[in-house]
Design a protein around this ligand. Structure first.
Ligand SMILES: *Cc1c(COP(=O)(O)O)cnc(C)c1O
Length: 397
């Protein structure tokens, strides 16, 4: 029987094979498992290679992403690194031009040194993708919507182009989570998550996951997980299993508040530009809602200056100035100075992340409280500026 997504989030086997039928998944905090006999290791022998708690998380994320197999890693970056192991040296990677900063660092400063050619292109422009595909890259890696600009790429059109040229399409689905988008159903071969964000939802775990439909691809990723020793530890897997049960509830609240805040920001005279897929003037809006079930909880916007933005984030009380996103508590950041500061300067110059860009991750707080806090912070930043102007006028005269 097919159930709604919310039902699937809480109804799954929490402990396959456990004789006591616990309601919650046990933490199998063990490195080794006794062998049935020499030569017969049973289901598990060593936690690097496999652990029952990690398996419950892997089964659940595979199911939610509509894949057949999943591997869980110690971080989102470890998950992305596992996916790049699918590329042979001498092959190329084509990457979206608005990727997470840490992904750029891995691609530009680690993989290129291993002889892998990496090119960044605007994957929202399918004509330029088609040209790039003629060079037959092994792997195409994108995020949609991107972060921080929330640019939208057509997953199924891109998948066709990539497959015609014998490549693999990997979509980093961190920003929406499987609750809002399932790239494997649109033709992607691999879905990646930084489970640190929405899947966990409570800012208390770093974790990653890779999900595939093709079983052979899944086996290659699982092989890498064991070979490199980057599998997720049982306690972290347990926290994720627990956090994911409320994914739907959290995201419903987060995205409805985000839509409200995005509209408020659009109308605010101190805000120059707002990026959020739910806004009527968002260039990728129609495409986004064809492939996703919601706009998500992340908003970016530009104010009149970097100074103003810095004052704004200092003045907010409910939005904590932290990197990352997807937690139950709201956060605010300046990507140029924070999450995207580790993009190599050459790549960063191309991407032109404005210094005044502010990114907000909306939490599950009372929406009126968040609106009020943003209103007072914008006012405080503005008044602060008047003071600075006044001081300058005084010294001049
Ligand atoms: C945070 C993030 C990553 C990296 O994940 P970690 O868990 O921090 O290693 C990768 N991709 C996206 C889109 C992210 O937001």
């Amino acid at each position: 029987m097919i159930h709604g997504f919310d039902t699937e989030l809480v109804h799954f086997d929490p402990a396959p094979g456990d004789p006591f039928h616990p309601s919650a998944t046990p933490i199998y905090q063990t490195a080794t498992f006794r062998q049935q006999s020499a030569g017969n290791s049973g289901n598990y022998d060593y936690t690097r290679s496999g652990n029952p708690t990690r398996h419950v998380f892997q089964n659940q994320i595979a199911r939610l992403e509509r894949g057949t197999s999943a591997s869980a890693f110690s971080s989102g970056m470890a998950a992305i690194n596992a996916v790049t192991s699918l590329v042979n040296s001498g092959d190329g990677i084509v990457a979206g031009d608005d990727l997470y900063g840490g992904t750029c660092r891995l691609l530009s400063r680690v993989l290129t040194r291993q002889g892998i050619d990496v090119r960044y292109i605007d994957t929202t422009d399918l004509d330029s993708v088609a040209l790039e595909m003629k060079k037959r890259p092994g792997l195409v890696l994108i995020e949609t919507p991107t972060n921080p600009f929330l640019k939208v790429t057509d997953i199924s059109a891109l998948a066709s182009l990539v497959h015609e040229n014998g490549g693999i399409l990997a979509v980093d689905n961190t920003i929406l989570s499987p609750y809002l988008q399932n790239p494997l159903e649109q033709g992607a071969d691999v879905v990646i998550h930084s489970a640190t964000k929405y899947l966990c939802g409570h800012s208390d775990v770093t974790a990653g996951a890779v999900v595939t439909v093709d079983e052979r691809l899944g086996e290659k990723i699982a092989f890498y997980q064991n070979a490199a020793g980057t599998g997720l530890a049982p306690f972290e897997a347990w926290l994720l299993i627990r956090g994911m049960k409320t994914l739907g509830l959290r995201l419903e609240r987060q995205q409805s508040t985000a839509a409200r805040l995005a509209r408020f920001l659009t109308e605010h005279h101190k805000v120059e530009k707002v990026y959020h897929p739910d806004l009527p003037n968002h260039p990728g809006r129609d495409l986004h809602f064809r492939q996703a079930r919601g706009a998500g909880g992340v908003i970016s916007f530009e104010t009149e200056s970097a100074e103003f933005s810095k004052k704004l984030i200092a003045a907010t009380k409910l939005f904590a100035a932290t990197v990352s996103f997807g937690g139950v508590a709201s956060s605010i950041s300046l990507p140029f100075y924070m999450s995207h500061a580790n993009i190599p300067p050459a790549v960063r110059a191309d991407r032109m992340i404005p210094k005044n860009l502010v990114r907000v991750s909306v939490g599950i707080e009372n929406p009126d409280d968040l609106l009020e806090d943003l209103t007072q912070a914008l006012e405080t930043a503005d008044n602060d500026k008047d003071d600075a102007d006044a001081a300058e006028t005084c010294t001049r005269s």
